[in-house]
Design a protein around this ligand. Structure first.
Ligand code: BGC
Length: 415
């Protein structure tokens, strides 16, 4: 059966600066990276025991230099939207000193997308902190909201969409701005599990950072709206669908988790966002044993229907929703096509049930630096040869390209 998506639906993929650009040396990840961990993770392909260090991103995929080539690929794959992030440490290498050359770089990146008819979605902060900001406590510093909003104001002031771009897909600059990527993931990995810089395991610091991230979103939202109230502002929120059995204890765990992980941040910024970016990867089902297929990375159970439940639940905010990340690591590309189609089938169902979903960004356009797991996991629609930097489009990318072109899925089992 053919399932059509709404007119003007956005189709694309996502990346983030530190994971693809290469040559970033002035942030918290680069300053504690250890080349030995990178090679170890390439061989082991598994979560590393963390000892206050992380793998090095080095030249990553060299996207900083090869972005035009990569956007040619995105265009060839019929993408009409693309999500990427700006590297804060490039723009503000020292506190209060802004680098116009780097602004110029991102202006060209935006133009390269527009020239190809691709709508840019820009994330202002995707996990990595400039070294100077990390040194003054990062998001533990009570002044962080002010500091972050100043950076956001500077970037948006320079790169906001022109009047023409606001009205159509032409013109210059970006109209969709995402202040923060996955605040809960960042806070828990960096301050609760202690596996990302600054490697803390402290519940009070964890709570404080969440609060500061909320204030940072609010401050930067206001700053962006001052520049142009019509710019569209949101965050990318990682939500995990929870389900469980009859056990009352499990039910309490799930309800608490759902409130704390999925809703609390969004509740706190209600009225201060124009759209919701949903990042969905997996579900959490204590007490339930199902024989579900798993991803090769992290052993995440693949549960496409979870995206439907989350979308239905997000309807409570009455805002447009974009799926800003959804994907899996699949080096052999044997599961990706089905993964994408199965998730889209449930996105389509949510739309039929009245949820205002307006776009889907697969994570990721390119294989990239997967944080503590280095370059092992392969999330890309496009395979990277890290020796030669050669790009090779995976077969599943062509299947996704058909969906993008036709604005429809043909149900997997029908084919
Ligand atoms: C993050 C990405 C990451 C992806 C896959 C998301 O949580 O935003 O940076 O690569 O998950 O793990």
């Amino acid at each position: 059966m053919v399932k059509n998506f709404p007119k003007n639906f956005l189709w694309g993929s996502a990346t983030s600066s530190y994971q693809v650009e290469g040559g970033i040396e002035n942030n918290d990840w680069a300053s504690c990276c250890d080349p030995k961990l990178q090679w170890a993770s390439l061989q082991n392909f598994a979560m590393m025991p963390i000892v206050g260090g992380v793998p090095c991103a080095g030249r990553a995929t060299d996207h900083y230099n090869l972005y035009e080539k990569d956007f040619d690929i995105a265009k060839k794959l019929n993408h009409n939207a693309h999500r990427f992030s700006i590297e804060w440490s490039r723009i503000e290498p020292e506190e209060g000193k802004f680098d116009e050359k780097e602004i110029e770089h991102y202006r060209k990146v935006l133009q390269a997308l527009r020239d190809r008819g691709i709508e840019p979605f820009v994330t202002l902060w995707h996990f990595t902190l400039p070294t100077w900001f990390a040194k003054i406590g990062g998001f533990e510093n009570p002044k962080a909201p002010e500091i972050f909003a100043r950076y956001c104001g500077f970037v948006v002031g320079r790169l906001a969409a022109s009047a023409k771009a606001m009205a159509s897909q032409e013109g210059t600059g970006a109209k969709f701005w995402m202040t923060i990527n996955e605040p809960m993931v960042y806070a828990s990995k960096s301050y609760l599990k202690g596996v990302w810089p600054p490697f803390k395991r402290n519940f009070f610091a964890f709570k404080k950072v969440i609060k500061t991230l909320i204030s940072s979103h609010l401050a930067s939202h206001n700053m962006i709206k001052k520049i142009n109230p019509e710019l569209q502002v949101g965050i990318a929120k990682n939500n995990i669908y929870t389900k469980t059995n009859w056990n009352p204890l499990n039910q309490i765990i799930c309800q608490t988790f759902n409130w704390f992980w999925n809703l609390r941040f969004l509740n706190a910024i209600t009225g201060f966002q124009d759209f919701i970016g949903l990042n969905y990867y997996h579900h959490f089902a204590p007490g339930i044993k199902e024989d579900l297929e798993k991803t090769e990375y992290m052993n995440w159970e693949i549960y496409p229907k979870g995206i439907y439940h989350l979308l239905r639940d997000l309807k409570r905010y009455n805002l447009p929703i974009y799926i800003t990340e959804n994907g899996l690591a699949d080096a052999k590309d044997t599961k990706r096509e089905k993964f994408i189609k199965d998730h889209l089938r449930w996105v389509w169902q949510a739309i039929q049930d009245g949820v205002d979903v307006r776009g889907y960004f697969y994570w990721s356009l390119l294989d990239n630096f997967e944080w503590t797991d280095g370059f092992g996991p392969r999330f890309g629609l496009v395979e990277i040869d890290y020796e030669t930097m050669e790009r090779k489009i995976r077969p599943s990318a062509w299947e996704y390209a058909e969906i993008c072109k036709n604005n429809q899925i043909v149900e997997f089992n029908d084919k």
